[in-house]
Design a protein around this ligand. Structure first.
Ligand code: GSH
Length: 213
């Protein structure tokens, strides 16, 4: 059975978890405590980068959440989470990449004060501006549609939708409605990080963020 290395507070792992549930792929969850489990030899053998998520399926090891999503889509194509039209593929890839390369790193300075870490005011301001630019762009792309690709639920929802709903969305009514739609799904409800789990993980989050800019 597919082995899924994860932690419930990890946004990167959650996008894989959501896809496993959406596609109803049977899996064995393996909890990696982020207080040091990620550095142990047995996990380093699976991911030398010492990060979750990782999967092992039929002897194949895959790390990096977006690579895992591509693998799952190709190996378990039903239900499809990736459209086939070039224009729609472009939208999905664009949303995935902007979320991971622009939005997610911009949220790191915003998280630092929440775990008692200092952040220089200019970095906080720059991060906030970056978040605003991304959210405005997503709001525009969503337009009046249900999802980023019209009525089709895709990996764009999975990747952006496991991060965007945790941000303040008062100024983005379409994204707010979209987030509410997603958080009602069974796969979102089953994978939501409970406040107690987040509270308990704060020292680990702090330790991880200490080493990131
Ligand atoms: N680019 C990676 C990022 C993975 C990542 O940063 N995972 C975090 C948890 S959300 C982690 O394992 N951190 C452990 C550490 O930094 O020690 C992906 O998308 O899978």
């Amino acid at each position: 059975m597919l082995k899924f290395y994860y932690n419930p507070i990890s946004v990167n792992a959650r996008r894989v978890w959501v896809v496993l549930l959406e596609k109803q792929i049977p899996f064995e969850p393996i909890l990696v405590n982020l207080d040091g489990d990620q550095f142990h030899d047995n996990f380093t053998a699976i991911n030398p980068l010492q990060r979750i998520p990782a999967i092992v399926d039929n002897g194949l090891r895959v790390v990096e959440s977006l690579a895992i999503l591509d693998y799952l889509e190709a190996k378990y194509p039903t239900p499809s989470l990736m459209p086939s039209e070039p224009e729609a593929i472009a939208v999905v890839r664009m949303i995935e990449t902007i979320t991971v390369v622009e939005l997610q790193p911009a949220t790191i300075p915003l998280t630092r004060p929440l775990v008692g870490l200092e952040v220089e005011p200019w970095k906080l301001e720059a991060a906030q501006q970056r978040v605003t630019i991304v959210l405005r762009f997503f709001e525009e792309l969503l337009n009046q549609q249900t999802y980023f690709v019209k009525e089709e639920f895709t990996l764009a929802e999975v990747v952006a939708g496991t991060l965007v709903p945790s941000l303040p969305l008062e100024d983005y009514p379409r994204l707010k409605a979209w987030s509410e739609r997603l958080t009602q799904r069974e796969s979102w409800q089953q994978t939501v990080a409970h406040p107690e789990a987040i509270e308990a993980a704060l020292p680990n989050i702090r330790k991880i963020l200490e080493h990131r800019s």
